[in-house]
Design a protein around this ligand. Structure first.
Ligand code: DP6
Length: 319
């Protein structure tokens, strides 16, 4: 059999940063995200008795991929299948630019591989499986808004969809630098947990923020949603900066965009900035404000991408 699945990336409004169990990928805090329409990964999986090892191509190029093999081992263990698999992924996300391509990648792989192995996982079980590839992938199983509950253990740490909001949410991605990131989020996350004296404060405030975000979304209170979004990002980056060695993903343009967003807000424009494991800035806003923000950031020209909420992970083809 051959199975192709598509999953869209997501941007965390309330961040996931730090694992309390690195093997199971159990996070220290819950997180809340918005899945985006424009950025996605298509992955085709075929378990095949004729293969002598797992094979992986990314955008058509063969890659050594220990993370993919480790992930397929989980699928083999769950399904009882023993064959190796051919995996072909095509990313419609700028890889490793802080646009969380691992989220769409492992969500698409979880869906394609589990189906191809004959499993029909319910969404929570699929989310748990995706989590084992990359934490943020747990949330990309769903369209729109999702919450990943930190949970108590492997069984209870999964994402769920949040009710659809009436707000016309948009995310403007400002590509400050589309190059590969200098430090992987996985490595830096572990370093923040181990060395940043601000990390415990981040955990405390972020867990409260996840609950507050669920309430703000239910109330369609965009100001509160935006404030919580900007705070979670700022507190994550503060914890990173305070680690040892001190480090930041920010570049001069990251700050320039952030200052523009603050100035826009002072003029009454609903716009809030959030940054992930890279220098790019994502601006959470409402559809009517998009042209004003684009104009204010026209110096970035073609490096502005406007995304709307995107759909859940889906099987495109199984044959
Ligand atoms: C800053 O999910 O890429 O984007 O679990 O180690 O694969 P691993 O990390 P990953 O980290 C994402 C971090 C973030 C915030 C977020 O998406 O919540």
């Amino acid at each position: 059999m051959t199975t192709t699945a598509r999953a869209h990336t997501n941007i965390a409004l309330i961040k996931y940063w730090g694992k309390r169990d690195a093997k199971l990928i159990l996070p220290y805090t819950s997180s809340v995200s918005l899945t985006l329409d424009d950025f996605y990964t298509d992955t085709t999986v075929s378990f095949n008795p004729e293969l002598g090892s797992d094979q992986f191509t990314l955008n058509g190029t063969a890659q050594a991929a220990p993370k993919v093999t480790a992930f397929l081992d989980l699928v083999r263990a769950q399904s009882g299948r023993r064959e190796f698999a051919q995996v072909a992924s095509v990313n419609h996300v700028p890889t490793a630019a802080g646009l969380a391509s691992s989220a769409s990648a492992f969500a698409a792989l979880a869906l394609a591989a589990s189906r191809d192995a004959g499993l029909r996982l319910a969404p929570a079980a699929l989310s748990r499986l995706a989590r084992r590839g990359s934490g943020s992938a747990a949330r990309s199983i769903y369209g729109g808004l999702a919450i990943w509950h930190r949970g108590e253990d492997d069984l209870t740490s999964f994402a769920e969809p949040l009710p659809k909001t009436t707000l016309p949410l948009r995310m403007i991605v400002v590509m400050v630098d589309a190059g590969q990131k200098p430090v992987s989020s996985r490595q830096l996350m572990a370093n923040t947990v181990a060395t940043s004296p601000y990390y415990p404060a981040f955990v405390k405030s972020n867990e409260q923020a996840a609950a507050a975000m669920v309430a703000a979304l239910a109330a369609a209170d965009f100001t509160r949603i935006g404030e919580l979004t900007e705070q979670s990002s700022a507190r994550m980056h503060a914890a990173i900066l305070a680690g040892s060695p001190a480090f930041t993903y920010f570049q001069p343009d990251t700050m320039a965009v952030w200052h523009t967003v603050q100035a826009l807000r002072q003029q009454g424009v609903p716009a809030y900035a959030t940054m992930d494991a890279g220098p790019n800035v994502k601006i959470l806003t409402l559809a009517p404000a998009v042209p004003t923000i684009q104009k204010a950031l026209s110096a970035f020209g073609g490096r502005l991408l406007v995304a709307a909420p995107g759909p859940a992970a889906q099987v495109l083809e199984a044959k």
